[in-house]
Design a protein around this ligand. Structure first.
Ligand SMILES: Cc1cc2nc3c(=O)[nH]c(=O)nc-3n(C[C@H](O)[C@H](O)[C@H](O)COP(=O)(O)OP(=O)(O)OC[C@H]3O[C@@H](n4cnc5c(N)ncnc54)[C@H](O)[C@@H]3O)c2cc1C
Ligand SMILES: *[C@@H]1O[C@H](CO)[C@@H](O)[C@H](O)[C@H]1NC(C)=O
Ligand SMILES: *[C@@H]1O[C@H](CO)[C@@H](O)[C@H](O)[C@H]1NC(C)=O
Ligand SMILES: *[C@@H]1O[C@H](CO)[C@@H](O)[C@H](O)[C@H]1NC(C)=O
Ligand SMILES: *[C@@H]1O[C@H](CO)[C@@H](O)[C@H](O)[C@H]1NC(C)=O
Ligand SMILES: *[C@@H]1O[C@H](CO)[C@@H](O)[C@H](O)[C@H]1NC(C)=O
Ligand SMILES: *[C@@H]1O[C@H](CO)[C@@H](O)[C@H](O)[C@H]1NC(C)=O
Ligand SMILES: *[C@@H]1O[C@H](CO)[C@@H](O)[C@H](O)[C@H]1NC(C)=O
Ligand SMILES: *[C@@H]1O[C@H](CO)[C@@H](O)[C@H](O)[C@H]1NC(C)=O
Ligand SMILES: *[C@@H]1O[C@H](CO)[C@@H](O)[C@H](O)[C@H]1NC(C)=O
Ligand SMILES: *[C@@H]1O[C@H](CO)[C@@H](O)[C@H](O)[C@H]1NC(C)=O
Length: 590
């Protein structure tokens, strides 16, 4: 299919099928429908569940999404513009964290997608599954082998529709087709546009043994450096909204989506069953309630889901009482034990003008790039800004392991990641061209929380990811920063990298630590606020079948259920959770 016809079909499809994506409750009422399942949050995982459950024409599904439509929003659609999709845009919840002790008490922006597709509509498009060890550890801690890597691979393939890059270059040396899915729903591809850093990164993998090449980081073993795979189709973002809610799916009469529908609470329907949801379309307007015949599925994400549970009286009863909320079900783990990945904004001044900064400073060039993207889906704007990713471990004999156990899921799982980019993230200075290596701590041991400070249904929850909040995480970040300096000193970068920007590679540990405290933030991968634990465990929020412990009619299906954070970007986990949850729910209602 050519680019032009695919645009045409998308446009036509959107017009034909607007019937099932509704904007107002009045339109929903006109349909006079009853719903078996109500999915709260049309985000990354929620739309998977909505799609899969509505495969059975006997099951009617309603999705309630707080945000608006993903259609025609350029920063969402154009892959390279993903850093503009958030923070503080109409598609963002606009959260920020409480002051972070390890970051010189800075509060940092904490974007979450407020739009159909949720965070899959606003993320940076990196497609990474995590390691076999990550999921095998989930299976072990939950006592459910269904969460192991081998059992989840079929769900990865059900999700994935691997497609050739939009410039049709020969990508044989950039990925391993054997580990991919080619018949799934969500498009994944390689970059279409070569940048000047590509060959130098690959050359470095042959020069320094510390940074081996990995043909495919999605094989279950991610250590080493590889080409970034991205959730892109024909040069545009592939999200759960564009894929699982594509026109052929929303055309199903038993699948309805209501936008601008903000759920405030789940309410008891009968004793111990929570199948009623309360929502508003206008923060000052009427409250509506609707009851699912079978189940309510909370898919509101790692901030939204605990927020709704807590306002509903499901959480730590004494903490709820102290903020004036009537406790209905004591579940102290709600919102607790949150994990996230801290990152460090690090860049290098380079001897080149062929970087992002040049188009950022030249509106003619920027317009040319947009026109190329618009006409053919190719060029620099058709790709995520991250060209390559690398996953590494600190040495096993590191001094820190005398006081902390190894936080990684196993010996083939990383402690830190590098994300490479052909320019500087966030507010480049007026002059200079840059290369970025963004280190990320992917096996953190610090834990944070999402709690309430008020019974006001519309107040932001109090978000504390506790970034770099213990010595182990800080140690890993310092080692990652030193490693980035070693990487940049490889012969491949001679004549290219001039110097690190804002820090010296000869800096003392104290100077490195201060640089980290000033420049670290979050990569926005919160998980674990509605953790899975074994059936019958005294901690945790959901059982391995994702039912809220001790209740009926209510499940959680989003990354908040992750018992431990995978050592990687989290959107694939959200897709996998959505896929497996759908099978579990279908089996329960067969
Ligand atoms: C800026 C950014 C960049 C990222 N980059 C990457 C990346 O490159 N690769 C990667 O793998 N991951 C990335 N992530 C993380 C990844 O996108 C998320 O982990 C994942 O999408 C979360 O999926 P989810 O289904 O748990 O939640 P979400 O996708 O966030 O879905 C939650 C949905 O629920 C809705 N909602 C919330 N509360 C309510 C309510 N009260 N009523 C109704 N609806 C509600 C929200 O609006 C949203 O649509 C990034 C995240 C962000 C924010
Ligand atoms: C976030 O801020 C933007 C810009 O001010 C606004 O349009 C949007 O509605 C805000 N999001 C929420 C959830 O209020
Ligand atoms: C792609 O490149 C590989 C080697 O890198 C080669 O074996 C293969 O024939 C090429 N395929 C095409 C279609 O040119
Ligand atoms: C519940 O919250 C209270 C504070 O209100 C706290 O003291 C207690 O430790 C919490 N319980 C659990 C099990 O976390
Ligand atoms: C946090 O998680 C640990 C397991 O890692 C568990 O033992 C503990 O009870 C949890 N705390 C809460 C408040 O859920
Ligand atoms: C800006 O970009 C245009 C188009 O590529 C180019 O012709 C022009 O010389 C550039 N301007 C400057 C000041 O570099
Ligand atoms: C893309 O091209 C179409 C058709 O020429 C035009 O209507 C539209 O405005 C262009 N979009 C952008 C973002 O340039
Ligand atoms: C770890 O082992 C390497 C070689 O095996 C050695 O060079 C290094 O000094 C050791 N580091 C520590 C902290 O012991
Ligand atoms: C808690 O609420 C109070 C009053 O509404 C507010 O002033 C304070 O900043 C809030 N604290 C946090 C951590 O959000
Ligand atoms: C910049 O690159 C040119 C070649 O393109 C080289 O001659 C010059 O030495 C480089 N300068 C630095 C500071 O590396
Ligand atoms: C780097 O070191 C040089 C020389 O020691 C010094 O002049 C400069 O201020 C340092 N830069 C930073 C960012 O610390």
């Amino acid at each position: 299919m050519t680019w032009t016809t695919s645009i045409l079909i998308l446009t036509l499809g959107a017009t034909l099928c607007s019937c099932a994506i509704l904007e107002s409750v009045a339109d929903l009422n006109k349909l006079n429908l009853k719903f078996d399942f109500i999915v709260v949050g049309g985000g990354n995982a929620g739309n998977v569940v909505a799609n899969r459950l509505s495969e059975n024409p006997e099951h009617s599904v309603l999705v309630l999404e707080a945000g608006g439509s993903n259609a025609n929003v350029l920063p969402i659609i154009v892959p390279f513009f993903s850093p503009r999709a958030t923070p503080n845009t109409p598609q963002d919840w606009n959260y920020s964290t409480v002051p972070q002790a390890a970051l010189n008490h800075r509060s940092v922006d904490y974007p979450r997608g407020f739009v159909l597709g949720g965070s899959s509509s606003v993320n940076y498009l990196a497609y990474t599954r995590g390691t076999k060890e990550d999921y095998d550890r989930w299976a072990k801690v939950t006592g459910d082998d269904g969460w192991s890597w081998d059992k989840l691979v079929p769900y990865m393939k059900k999700n994935e529709h691997f497609v050739l890059p939009s410039d049709f270059h020969n990508a044989t040396k950039e990925f391993n087709p054997a580990v991919h899915g080619f018949t799934g729903i969500n498009s994944v591809t390689l970059h279409n546009f070569a940048t000047p850093i590509d060959s130098r990164i690959i050359e470095t993998t042959t020069e320094l043994a510390e940074y081996p090449f990995n043909l495919d980081m999605n094989s279950g073993n991610h250590l080493g450096i590889g080409w970034e795979q991205q959730t892109v189709k024909d040069g545009s973002r592939s999200s759960s909204a564009t894929s699982y809610l594509a026109p052929q799916f929303v055309a199903r009469p038993n699948l309805n989506v209501l936008l601008n529908a903000r759920v405030t609470r789940v309410l008891p329907t009968t004793s111990n069953a929570f199948r009623t949801v309360e929502f508003v379309q206008d923060l000052n307007g009427e409250k509506y309630t609707i009851t699912a015949a079978k189940e309510v599925i909370l898919s509101s994400g790692s901030v939204g889901t605990p927020n709704i549970l807590l306002h509903s009286g499901i959480g730590n009863s004494s903490a709820l009482t102290s903020v004036g909320i009537k406790p209905l079900h004591n579940l102290p783990s709600v919102g607790q034990n949150m994990s996230d990945h801290p990152l460090l904004l690090l860049s290098f001044l380079v001897n080149s003008t062929d970087t992002w900064e040049t188009a950022e400073r030249n509106t003619t060039l920027a317009a040319e790039q947009l026109a190329q993207w618009n006409a053919t889906g190719t060029g620099p704007l058709g790709d995520s800004p991250l060209t390559h990713l690398g996953f590494f471990r600190i040495p096993d004999n590191s001094s820190i392991f005398k006081t902390f156990p190894d936080p990684a899921a196993g010996p083939n799982t990383a402690h830190f990641e590098f994300m490479f980019g052909n320019g500087k993230f966030r507010a480049p200075p007026a002059t200079g061209n840059f290369f970025s290596i963004t280190p990320v701590v992917v096996s953190p041991s610090a834990r944070g929380s999402v709690i309430l400070n008020s019974s006001d249904l519309f107040a932001d929850p109090v978000i504390d990811p506790n970034l770099l909040g213990d010595d182990l995480d800080f140690f890993i970040m310092r080692e990652a920063l030193k490693s980035a300096f070693r990487f940049a000193a490889a012969p491949a970068w001679k004549d290219y990298i001039i110097s690190p920007f804002g820090i010296n590679s000869t800096a003392t540990d104290a100077e490195l630590d201060e640089f980290i405290r000033e420049n670290a933030g979050s990569i926005f991968h919160p998980v674990g606020t509605s953790k899975m634990s074994p059936k019958g465990a005294t901690w945790g929020v959901v059982d391995p079948d994702l039912r809220v412990k001790g209740l009926s009619g209510l499940r959680v299906v989003d990354v908040s259920i992750a018992p431990l954070i995978p050592a990687t970007h989290t959107q694939v986990s959200a897709y996998i959770i959505g896929e497996r949850a759908s099978d579990i729910i279908k089996a329960a209602w067969n």
